[in-house]
Design a protein around this ligand. Structure first.
Ligand code: NAP
Length: 543
């Protein structure tokens, strides 16, 4: 990269049409599209490699809970034909290999600056340019700045008194070391029983001397029933990929699955049970698509929640342990339903102890263990499966300053405000891929990313062709959209659980339901209409 003279200690690394922050699936596709449209672009990535969240989440058992044939890019027919997924649900190493293959195939590496963390981005009103500063002492100037920073990329470390005094290693599932980690024969503690905990716990139990699982809230989990890819299944997808992707995008979660269209309450209990058993045997989270109202109607939801509770009680041999593992105080699906491999069975092992954080809250850590309630647990290693500062965490770590010194973190103090999750008023030419206010985490992420990136690329093209200098969300349109996001959430059961969707897993974060729950087709239609209507709700202008 050509380095120009800079101001102060910083070096001006160059001027581009776009600076893209993050080389996960969003950043890679944004770079590809930008280049195809003739724009110059650079991607700044903190990690030494591509893959985003899949680069960091390399804990044992890390695997996607969306089927591989669907959790992949659709923009290139050649790519989707030539890539072979080896399992029904891809493991983290395979997803990472895929991200690397995409970057290689589309020659993306040369425009990515690795080991480069973005610290700040400031909008210069005089020339409508973003100046992006990094921890490498570099400045990048660009007309457009795209935050492809991911929804689940800022690991959340709990504030446990004495955590720093613990002498053993502490691992977070979301930033797992690259070197092999051996926990063989050790006394290991795992805090957290969300999707990550549920995947890592059986793996650690198989090698640890003793595993203590510190559970605050039990989670609903269904068997993934992962298996090697069935050749016929793969061929059937590849034979009609385009049609199936189109059908998937017409479904609320952007996933082609067997979506029931009746209410769970419109059928007999026998019929319902048969349907739940069928889906349980098939594996995966498709059980939540058995009926049309499982995420809207509390009584309908209770039928599937009770079915899953029964399964947990059947699997877990010690009834007092089973009762601790059974979620009772929130609807199934209100927190993301997990897909596991022998999670509940793990609690039948002699070397696994479930510690109920609610009855015995974690009080402190010392050099060699953890005290929960009045009991001390000696530990050699600690694993934090405590999740993420989701949707806003990664963006908020960057000091982003828009018009008239407006700081994004301050603007979002009471919760994130965006227009369509794509832009936020006061920050012209700054885009967010799958930002708060978009369906993102409630959908199959990769198609959602593709749709957002395509919209951003089209928007940039349009503004450039118009000869305008900026596009910016307007305050009133943003307010209207946030009202829409609130209304969509209120019509669902999502708001009835204390989840990261609401941000309540992060102390001090305002409780605001962040994703748009109106479904992918509705959102996509609105995005298209807004663009077709000359970017309704956005201000377009010259400096
Ligand atoms: P999570 O769902 O937020 O779960 C975090 C867990 O840590 C919860 O059990 C939480 O308890 C517990 N916890 C947090 N702070 C704690 C504290 N101070 N003391 C005790 N317990 C504490 O995070 P995650 O499991 O990493 O999953 C996040 C999301 O990432 C998932 O929902 C999913 O979207 C994605 N993910 C997907 C996959 C997959 O595709 N299979 C795998 C991993 C992650 P509470 O519930 O009481 O807060």
């Amino acid at each position: 990269m050509q380095k120009l003279a800079g101001r102060g200690d910083e070096v001006v690394a160059g001027s581009f049409d776009l600076v893209i922050v993050g080389a996960g699936f969003a950043g890679l596709y944004m770079l590809h599209l930008a280049r195809r449209m003739g724009f110059s672009a650079v991607v700044l990535e903190a990690a030494p490699g591509v893959g985003g969240t899949w680069f960091w989440n390399r804990y044992p058992g890390a695997r996607c809970d969306v089927e591989s044939m669907q959790y992949s890019y659709s923009f290139s027919e050649e790519l989707q034909q030539e890539w072979h997924w080896s399992e029904r649900y891809a493991s983290q190493p395979e997803i990472l290999a895929y991200a690397n293959y995409v970057a290689w195939k589309f020659d993306l590496f040369c425009d990515i600056e690795f080991n480069t963390r973005v610290l700040a981005a400031a909008f210069q009103e005089d020339d409508c340019r973003w100046v992006v500063s990094t921890d490498q002492g570099m400045r990048y100037r660009a007309k457009w700045c795209v935050m492809a920073t991911g929804c689940l990329s800022a690991a959340q470390i709990p504030s446990i008194p004495g955590l720093d005094s613990f002498q053993g290693p502490v691992y977070h599932t979301g930033s797992w070391p690259h070197e092999p980690v051996s926990l063989a024969g050790q006394s290991v503690g795992v805090i957290g029983t969300g999707s990550s905990g549920i995947q890592v716990i059986p793996e650690i139990a198989a090698q640890a001397g003793h595993l203590y699982v510190f559970q605050r809230t039990p989670n609903y989990s269904v068997p993934a029933r992962n298996r090697p890819m069935d050749a016929e299944y793969e061929s059937s997808w590849k034979a009609e990929y385009a049609q199936r992707r189109k059908k998937a995008r017409a479904m609320s979660a952007g996933l082609l699955w067997d979506q029931g269209d009746k209410s769970a309450l419109a059928v007999s209990p026998e019929e319902r049970l048969q349907e739940y058993e069928r889906r349980w045997a098939a594996g995966g989270t498709g059980i939540m698509a058995a009926y049309s109202d499982l995420l809207q109607n509390a009584d309908a939801n209770e039928t599937v929640a009770e079915f899953v509770r029964g399964k947990i009680r059947n699997v877990v041999e010690r009834s007092e342990v089973a009762e601790l593992l059974v979620p009772v105080d929130y609807p199934i699906g209100a927190k993301r339903t997990c897909a596991d491999t022998k999670y509940f069975e793990t609690f039948n092992r002699e070397n696994v102890t479930l510690v109920d954080h609610r009855a015995s809250p974690i009080r402190e850590m010392s050099s060699n263990g953890i005290t929960a309630g009045s009991e001390f647990f000696r530990l050699d290693s600690l694993v934090l499966a405590t999740g993420f500062d989701a949707m806003t965490g990664a963006i908020s770590k960057i000091d982003i300053v828009g018009r008239r010194g407006l700081n994004l973190k301050e603007k979002w103090l009471n919760g994130p405000n965006t227009l369509l999750g794509l832009m936020t008023a006061g920050f012209p030419n700054l885009f967010i891929v799958t930002g708060p206010g978009s369906p993102s985490v409630l959908t199959n992420m990769i198609p959602s990313i593709e749709d957002n990136v395509q919209w951003i690329a089209d928007c940039i093209s349009h503004i450039s062709e118009e000869g305008a200098d900026f596009i910016e969300a307007t305050g009133p349109a943003e307010e209207t959209w946030m009202g829409e996001v609130r209304r969509a959430a209120e019509g669902t059961l999502f708001v009835q659980a204390k989840s990261w969707y609401l941000g309540v897993n992060v102390p001090g974060k305002p409780a605001v339901f962040m994703p748009y729950a109106g479904g992918m087709p509705a959102y996509q239609r609105i995005c298209e209409e807004v663009a077709a209507d000359g970017y309704r709700g956005f201000a377009i202008g010259t400096r």
